[in-house]
Design a binder for this molecule. Structure first.
Ligand code: GGG
Length: 363
């Protein structure tokens, strides 16, 4: 008799639940991912959880141990919950955890897809935005710009305090994000890329940003392009959502625009993000875009959909395309049936939505 060998791919995942509802939704995501691998078969996840949080910082004085970044390099991907807690200044928590990880692991692209899921609604009226009108792919530069961390403060605690926050834009940094954005736009049906800038007021970095955009555009003649100032862009997102498809913007601009995008698609609770090292030399990191929401932390009512969508993007990145599609289909079947948390107009809690998604995967 012949022996049948079944091959199981094991994907090593570092989990950093972080703070507040980050813990609630990471638990939910792990449960769903385990259900997914057990149901589909052929792959599994080996999760290692790291308690790198503001609680840790308040008790021990550090978020990550000194070799934390080296530890993360041993994994295939990182799943991140949220960071931020009332007793720790936000710039300390961000600069102790999430920003060093993005920078050290060369995650220079942040991808933020936005669309209206079945059974959910945009706050925009139907005359402006039918469900199919809002389908955007926001590409955020994730390594430099306004988040370069350069600057300083002098004459502190005096009326003459001076603080500088230096935005750094490099040709290499701009070129690589533009190429990623053009490739993304080319891969989508509409082949359309809108570049966001503020080069009328910011006359150095943003002018270089524009210049490199038009240079790279010459390599992508099949992609339709346009340019928007960031202030006008907010208006266009609200009044003409259908006119947009792929969007590329700086670290700060895309951070702000993607929160607006999430709200226009129904709730910030559904929005996913992928921090990618496209070279794949380092693990990429997947996290919902929402923060730690201390006011509802531990109450079991956080919306886990952004966490599931981020998990689906992670599953796709590690090569399990079919499973990723299956997970997103399960999530949308659940929202379509009206099983939703309160932010989406439903009455379910985190556990109710999570169990419903698991049952949908198993069916
Ligand atoms: N899960 C995302 C999170 O914790 N976000 C907190 C935040 O403000 N992040 C800033 C950023 O994404 O740059």
């Amino acid at each position: 008799p012949s022996t049948v060998h079944s091959v199981t791919n094991v994907h090593r995942i570092a989990c950093i639940p972080g703070d507040g509802i980050g813990v609630d939704i990471t638990d939910a995501a792990i449960h769903v991912l385990n259900t997914l691998s057990a149901t589909i078969g052929g792959f599994e996840f080996a999760f290692t959880t790291f308690d790198w949080s503001s609680k840790n910082y308040l008790e021990r004085g550090w978020y990550m141990p000194p070799d934390g970044l080296e530890q993360l390099k041993k994994f295939d991907a990182i799943y991140f919950g949220a960071v931020g807690w009332p007793n720790v200044p936000d710039h300390i928590s961000l600069w102790s955890l999430i920003l060093p990880i993005r920078k050290a692991l060369n995650q220079y692209v942040n991808v933020r897809p936005t669309r209206i899921l079945q059974g959910t609604k945009s706050p925009l009226s139907e005359s402006v935005c039918k469900p199919s009108d809002l389908d955007w792919m926001i590409i955020r530069e994730n390594s430099e710009g306004e988040y370069s961390g350069q600057g300083g403060t002098s004459h502190e605690d005096s009326p003459y305090t001076v603080a500088t926050e230096v935005s750094i834009f490099t040709r290499v940094g701009i070129e690589r994000i533009m190429r990623f954005a053009f490739e993304t736009a080319r891969s989508r049906p509409r082949k359309k890329l809108t570049m966001v800038t503020k080069s009328n007021a910011q006359r150095h970095g943003m002018v270089l940003w524009d210049k490199v955009f038009y240079e790279v555009a010459k390599e992508y003649e099949d992609v339709e392009i346009d340019k928007m100032l960031v202030d006008a862009m907010t208006v266009r997102m609200v009044l003409q959502p259908k006119s947009l498809d792929t969007i590329v913007a700086t670290n700060l601009h895309a951070d702000i625009l993607s929160d607006l995008a999430a709200a226009l698609s129904g709730s910030i609770g559904i929005a996913p993000s992928s921090n990618l090292d496209p070279t794949r030399a380092n693990p990429s990191m997947f996290e919902p875009i929402h923060g730690s929401a201390p006011d509802i932390a531990g109450k079991g009512i956080a919306n886990p959909v952004g966490a599931f969508w981020s998990a689906a993007e992670m599953v796709r990145w590690v090569g399990e395309e079919k499973a990723a599609d299956g997970l997103m289909k399960a999530v949308e079947n659940v929202t379509a049936r009206g099983v939703k948390t309160r932010d989406l107009g439903g009455s379910e809690d985190t556990k109710g939505v999570t169990e419903a998604v698991c049952r949908e995967i198993e069916d």
